[in-house]
Ligand binder design. Structure first.
Ligand SMILES: NC(=O)c1ccc[n+]([C@@H]2O[C@H](COP(=O)([O-])OP(=O)(O)OC[C@H]3O[C@@H](n4cnc5c(N)ncnc54)[C@H](O)[C@@H]3O)[C@@H](O)[C@H]2O)c1
Length: 268
């Protein structure tokens, strides 16, 4: 069977652009930071994890902050503008999905619920709220929200994560329409299962990588660089007519019927 292979180098020219990425110290956010840096952009990584950020390329600027705190988002935007003069691309990526969140609704710990709403939903809004005035002043900019396939359709025990990721899709539509006449585009990317620290923590509990990989029609889980490539495309001038919408980067998972047998289907 021909295999789907991870994306190689994707070429975009981002010289002269300033990019702010939340949760950029690890996983998908880190791949986005590195892809933008390698394509010439000035990059600011906003993250709570100072230790993880230390291994980022030295030219990527780092600002510590917790996106669930509005002041930290305001501060990160101010930091980026002071250092590089503006923000052209804002990537809302920081989110959490700890193992403790894989429980049914009636058992959901309230403190974890509030933490997930705070980071995964309010954090996206706070960063947009403070980034948008910078984009409005220059009448251009792109906001990219990292959503999830679990925001499109149900899965077991994602009582908080699923609905909040669905809200990220609606933030994309709402803001996309609201700011369309001011030169600002808002898009989102919904990954399938991607090989990051977040996922490595849960893969073992959920039956291992091979089982999860097999649910994706392309037969594997994705790499962070493949999500980064979609972000670079959507935020580029090649996608100038795209706003208020989402791109699933999921190895075909979202197209796969919920009631179908595990892939591949052998007895059709
Ligand atoms: N990995 C996947 O399979 C997958 C699938 C669908 C969607 N996503 C989404 O992709 C995004 C990135 O996920 P990932 O797998 O790379 O996660 P990850 O846990 O590997 O990395 C997340 C990063 O965000 C940072 N972070 C966490 N809370 C923060 C906060 N409050 N403020 C600032 N930074 C914070 C972490 O320190 C870390 O650097 C998330 O929005 C996630 O929901 C991931």
């Amino acid at each position: 069977m021909p295999e789907s292979r991870p994306t190689g180098a994707v070429s975009f020219d981002n010289h002269g652009r300033v990019v702010l990425v939340s949760g950029g110290a690890m996983g998908i956010g880190r791949a986005i930071c590195e892809a933008y840096f390698e394509s010439g952009a000035s990059v600011v990584c906003l993250d709570v994890d100072v230790d993880a950020a230390e291994s980022l390329p030295g030219e990527i600027a780092f600002v510590r902050g917790d996106t669930s705190a509005e002041d930290d988002c305001r501060n990160a935007v101010g930091f980026a503008v002071e250092k590089f003069g503006t923000i052209d691309v804002l990537v809302n990526n920081a989110a959490i999905q700890p193992n403790a969140s894989y429980v049914p609704m009636h058992e959901f710990p309230t403190d974890l619920w509030e933490r997930m709403v705070g980071i995964n939903f309010s954090g996206y809004a706070f960063l947009a709220k403070h980034g948008l005035p910078v984009m409005l002043a220059q009448q251009s900019g792109v906001i990219v929200n990292i959503a999830s396939g679990q925001g499109h359709r149900t899965a077991r025990e994602v009582a908080a994560y699923g609905p909040i990721k669905a809200a990220n899709l609606m933030q994309t539509r709402q803001w996309g329409v609201e700011y369309a006449r001011q030169g600002i585009r808002v898009v989102s990317v919904s990954p399938g299962c991607i090989n990051t620290p977040m996922v490595q923590a849960t893969l073992a509990e959920q039956g291992g990588e091979a089982k999860i990989a097999n649910r994706h029609p392309l037969g594997r889980i994705g790499q962070p660089e493949e999500v980064a490539a979609a972000v670079l495309f959507l935020a580029s001038s090649a996608a100038a007519f795209v706003t208020g919408t989402d791109l699933e980067v999921d190895g075909g998972l979202g197209a796969f019927a919920a009631f179908a047998e595990p892939y591949p289907i052998t007895d059709l």
